[in-house]
Design a protein around this ligand. Sequence first.
Ligand SMILES: C[S@@+](CC[C@H](N)C(=O)[O-])C[C@H]1O[C@@H](n2cnc3c(N)ncnc32)[C@H](O)[C@@H]1O
Length: 636
Amino acid sequence: MAIWTNLSHYLTSKSKKANLYYVAATVVLCCTFYVIGLWPQGGVNTTQLSSTTLLPTLPCNPSIKNTNSNYGSSISLEFTAHHTATDLVPLSPSARVNHFPSCNPELSEYTPCEDSKRSLKFDRNMLIYRERHCPEKNELLKCRIPAPFGYKPPFRWPESRDSVWYANVPHKHLTVEKAGQNWVRFKGDRFTFPGGGTMFPRGADAYIDDIGKLINLKDGSIRTAIDTGCGVASWGAYLLSRNILPISFAPKDTHEAQVQFALERGVPALIGILATKRLPYPARAFDMAHCSRCLIPWGQYDGLYLIEVDRILRPGGYWILSGPPINWENHWKGWNRTAKDLKAEQDQIESVARSLCWKKVTQKGELAIWQKPTNHMHCKINRKVFRKPPFCQEQDPDKAWYTKIDACLSPLPEVSNIRDFAGGPLANWPERLTAVPPRIATGNIEGVTAEGFSKDTELWKKRVAHYKALDFQLAECGRYRNILDMNAWLGGFAAALVDDPVWVMNVIPVEAEVNTLGVIYERGLIGTYQSWCEAMSTYPRTYDFIHADSVFSLYQDRCEMEDILLEMDRILRPQGSVIFRDDVDVLVNVKSIVDGLQWDSRMVDHEGGPHVREKLLIATKQYWTTPAPDQDKQPS
Ligand SMILES: C[S@@+](CC[C@H](N)C(=O)[O-])C[C@H]1O[C@@H](n2cnc3c(N)ncnc32)[C@H](O)[C@@H]1O
């Protein structure tokens, strides 16, 4: 009995000790996991802030209430299985990713298809080396492009037109090189843009006023414009307040960071060049094309570059040229060229313009303006006089992705009367946005009727209202400026945002079954062709918001999902967001990769309710930058 009592006493004191050990071990474990939980995602090498730290809110539409801190009130859905291994829907191999590391800080401005090292391997003739040359599959980076140290959310429009943070585009070269022309100045922590350009040192606004005295910029007949060789895009920047929507482009050349400045200013722009390939726009897209001293040899190569401008100008569209050789009589000495040489250049341009059946509208002071005919009735007849360029045979004029520019004239759609507008008349802006686009009215877009077009417009109004209820940043007036629609179809998403202070780059993937980019332009919106199996011709951190509707179902079996998502990560600004819309199975795979990019994301139901297979995935990129650079390594 005594033995039994001693044994039970011994065991009780032992178990008390053991309990104490358990309690101590539990406390230690809790503390450890708490500390791990606090540790910022992404490790030690990045500077991070939560998505909401830098953003004040001001709802665009007061009727939209955002009760939840991040994404409005919709319930987050989870579609990953929690059953046994055999029940799991397997993720695609590329979706089984844990974490993408940060790329080297030197890559913070990486533009994969315009890489200066790769470009040197290509021919300098006709500037081929400055065209798109994308990395091979084995050269693709599998890391996230970092923002430079000190990166801040850009100024909001319209302040952004005039101010850019130095930390975001740390390049002072143009402030020195173009000081006399007032392109850009540097002071303190920012650049300012007085609106000057090569041909408008007094400012783009005064220059546009001069154009407005020669052609009507006010009646809505001119809505879309293209600026070839745009510099820092002040011409485009000042057109926006006149309800004219420009695309500005220039190559990555000695005019350091010019397109990057344009984008940072909140002006629609792309890296691009007029060299040997067609510009990535459909035929008959723009109401007006412009070049101010843009260095494109318009008169050379049998007029090849004016032939390309002719293709993208709509019937009756204008081409505006300032700078050499225009007004050479007064400027030839200042331009360091002989009068004879400049006169010959102008004669050559006039002759090419005539051969394209353009009419010279006027030449006054520094400006010369030509107009493309509204149809080709006369032009077909006068081919007997002007044998060159001949009309193109059997070539789709809308095709423009790595398509060689041929020295032939893209024929306009046939008309039966000399007064007819080839392809059908365009309404003036703003009616143009909702009027049935001529390509649809004439039955040229397979599967889309006038009625279908109007329904699509209404559908996207509802969808965008739903998006704004889910993403408070999209709803907040002025928070976003640069928006990308990766698969824009008829441009309904952009049309629904027309009253917001944003612009939308509407992409029609070259893999899409129907080419609808022409319709988008006929609505008075802008866009470009793009294959998402390759990088876009733009700088990192171009867009505040990306809309990816059915992108990943389109690219299934075409290219790697993770490469498209890494490209989206490259071109999305820190704290910017993305709305994916796709089949639930596709989105489950997307979500797994998005987690590896360290975006915050959640899946929610389609606006039609939980029984629709299509779902939405709403994601926000975190704010993070490279670590502080060494003091002795100063950027240019
Ligand atoms: C002298 S700057 C003029 C910039 C602007 N147009 C202005 O008036 O301020 C020349 C511009 O033409 C661009 N450029 C040169 N060759 C080009 C080409 N083949 N295609 C497109 N842009 C070109 C340059 O990158 C630069 O933006």
